[in-house]
Design a protein around this ligand. Structure first.
Ligand SMILES: [Zn+2]
Length: 315
């Protein structure tokens, strides 16, 4: 069975025909229109184009936002003008085949669970460390969505009482301490402090600011200031992961997103802080911590597979 997965990102829409082993048969990509109706047109056109090559049984569409438990309505999308948008109904009418809608972090987590770093466990947590922090939870081989469909928003666990303001309207969320944006803020603080921050400060003044490429390159070269920033980030993530274990008890934590290319240098402080904060440490099995395997394709592969699952369960 073939399904189409579509991942609506901030800058591009990626789509693919995916087989039931998670392999991409054909793919497509267009820039993301800013206007909601142009975006809907672009998704419908992509479904048409990808359907040309052969029969497709279902379509999964992943986007950032709150999606209802029926995988049907977008309650709220942060980057697109969708508020209580009946997206499934609109796309099914225009595309003429079953469509399911899924949160993008959930789709990526599901892809890792089925075909990537989580395929050997029944319970996993995935944290996508991009601009923000996305969360996905698989419990007992099922994607956990919560009662209203909007659970597993792990980036908005409160980590610091009265901490930094978050886009969700609260303070102290993990996203403000463990995201790519947080890494740049921490790197800036280390640059301000002099000493090990010297190379960061030089790069910042030469380029007019710190971005992911600059900090990533300095991490890659082992610069002590950039490594210290990564370690602080990892420690926050590890502390948050320990609290997640208290609730979810996963066998494995998977880290994806742009910052995860740091690999073991990111996982090391995560593990250390996790063990320091783990409730009842020493009297329980401990999970392992790994980097995601599917990287760029996780969103489309996961969205397609969730559409396949939906069709099988509703056949
Ligand atoms: Zn928040």
């Amino acid at each position: 069975m073939h399904a189409i997965g579509i991942d609506i990102g901030g800058t591009k829409i990626a789509g693919a025909v995916v087989d039931d082993l998670g392999a991409i048969v054909r793919s497509a990509r267009v820039p993301t229109p800013t206007d909601a109706s142009a975006l809907e047109d672009a998704v419908v056109a992509m479904i048409g184009e990808l359907s040309d090559s052969g029969p497709v049984d279902a379509v999964g569409v992943a986007a950032a936002g709150f999606i209802d438990a029926a995988q049907s309505t977008v309650y709220y999308a942060p980057n697109i003008d969708w508020r209580n948008e009946p997206l499934r109904e609109k796309l099914e009418r225009r595309a003429g085949r079953p469509v399911v809608i899924e949160n993008d972090a959930n789709a990526a987590g599901w892809a890792e669970f089925r075909f990537g770093a989580g395929r050997l466990v029944s319970d996993m947590v995935m944290l996508t460390i991009g601009t923000g922090v996305g969360g996905a939870v698989v419990s007992n081989d099922r994607l956990f969505r919560g009662g209203f469909g909007i659970g597993a928003e792990l980036g908005h666990l409160r980590l610091v009482p009265d901490g930094l303001a978050c886009g969700c309207g609260r303070r102290g969320c993990l996203e403000q301490y463990g995201s790519g944006r947080a890494l740049l803020r921490i790197a800036g603080e280390i640059a301000d402090g002099g000493g090990i921050g010297e190379a960061l400060a030089t790069a910042r003044s030469e380029r007019g600011g710190l971005d992911g490429h600059v900090v990533g390159a300095l991490i890659g070269s082992g610069d002590p200031g950039a490594m210290a920033a990564l370690e602080r980030l990892g420690r926050w993530l590890g502390e948050a992961a320990a609290s997640m274990s208290a609730v979810l008890d996963p066998q494995r934590f998977v880290f994806g997103g742009g910052v995860s290319v740091a690999g073991e240098a990111l996982l090391e402080p995560i593990r250390a802080a996790y063990l320091e904060h783990l409730p009842a440490r020493g009297y329980r099995p401990e999970p392992d911590f790994v980097i995601a395997e599917l990287v760029n394709d996780a969103g489309v592969v996961g969205a397609a597979d969730l559409a396949r699952v939906w069709v099988e369960e509703h056949a």
